[in-house]
Design a protein around this ligand. Structure first.
Ligand code: NAP
Length: 291
């Protein structure tokens, strides 16, 4: 794939295509992050954002095969519906029930999920090197939560406690983890006690995300001193939950690393090369800081 490098990063007739699909998609930072990764590694690839509405998903998949688009990232609302268009699904993505990365292997489409493994890599590198034996509280039971709890389950935590506004979804997710990790669902009145005991408390809801930045999914004073407060949100980079947790003596971990590493794993699946994660982070950080 890399034998035909264009002069100084120019697109030429050997350039390999990649992209992200979503609805909406224009807010996505994936194109700047991935194009920086191609530039950094000298790979002759280009990555674009495609606004694909649900009624056009099948047409898009046909286009991927016809045009030989090598790799696609999949974001809201397509992570579930894209699965029926895959020729193979990685067992991890199958268990999670969502695909966020497609590899086009000469016309065979393989679906992966890099959200959960991206999150765990970020958590271990940036906040808590060992998850084994830890008590974890996960707030929220949506798509992102599913990805991360499966990845966390593989790290042998002592207990994963899930709390969600819609309690049935927390119950269902805790049940799905049976045999993989010690997991339970709790109702909101037990959240305070669970947070007091937890080593890591993770917000996987959208509460606190821009523009409603004055909201928090949980009272951070419930966390024990030294615990890790983690938030999947990266806009803002430090949510109210994380700010309050720091004031209460906790360590904080934001969502930017998850975004970088889910992209890094996708890049590695597509190219077989190590992703330039530091350069990718630098580019996204600069874009977020410039508004
Ligand atoms: P989702 O599938 O729509 O799930 C949303 C979750 O948030 C559900 O558990 C929902 O509870 C809960 N929720 C929403 N509004 C709430 C409110 N007002 N009060 C209490 N709970 C509320 O969305 P998702 O894809 O999982 O994304 C969730 C968050 O993760 C978003 O902020 C997203 O930006 C972030 N995320 C970050 C990355 C990253 O790379 N850093 C990747 C993926 C997602 P119900 O079940 O009761 O509706």
């Amino acid at each position: 794939m890399n034998e035909h490098l264009p002069e100084s990063g120019r697109i030429d007739s050997h350039t390999v295509l990649y992209g992200v699909i979503g609805d909406p998609v224009r807010h996505s930072k994936s194109p700047i992050m991935m194009n920086r990764a191609f530039q950094e590694t000298g790979i002759n690839g280009v990555y674009a954002a495609f606004h694909i509405t649900p009624d056009k998903l099948a047409d898009f998949v046909a286009g991927v095969k016809a045009m030989g688009i090598r790799g696609v990232n999949v974001t809201i609302p397509h992570k579930l519906d894209i699965m029926k268009h895959m020729d193979h699904i990685d067992p991890g993505a199958e268990a999670i029930g969502a695909v966020n990365t497609i590899v086009n292997d000469n016309g065979t489409l393989i679906g992966y999920n890099t959200d959960g493994i991206g999150y765990v890599r970020s958590l271990k590198e940036e906040a808590e090197p060992s998850i084994e034996g830890k008590k974890i509280v996960v707030i929220g039971a949506g798509g992102a939560s599913r990805g991360i709890v499966y990845a966390l389950a593989g790290e042998r935590p002592a207990l994963i406690t899930i709390a969600n506004r819609t309690e049935d979804k927390a119950l269902e997710l805790a049940r799905a983890l049976r045999g993989k990790a010690e997991a339970r669902a709790i109702t909101s009145e037990h959240l305070k006690e669970a947070c007091r005991q937890a080593d890591i408390v993770i917000n996987t809801t959208s509460v606190g995300m821009f523009p409603k930045t004055d909201e928090s999914p949980v009272d951070a004073s419930w966390l024990k001193e030294g615990a890790v407060a983690s938030d999947l949100i990266y806009n803002p980079m430090k949510t109210k939950f994380l700010q309050d947790a720091e004031s209460a003596g906790c360590r904080s971990h934001g969502g930017l690393g998850m975004f970088i590493y889910q992209g890094a794993y996708a890049f590695e699946y597509w190219t077989g090369r190590t992703a330039p994660a530091a350069a990718m982070r630098e580019t996204v950080l600069a874009a977020l800081q410039s508004g």
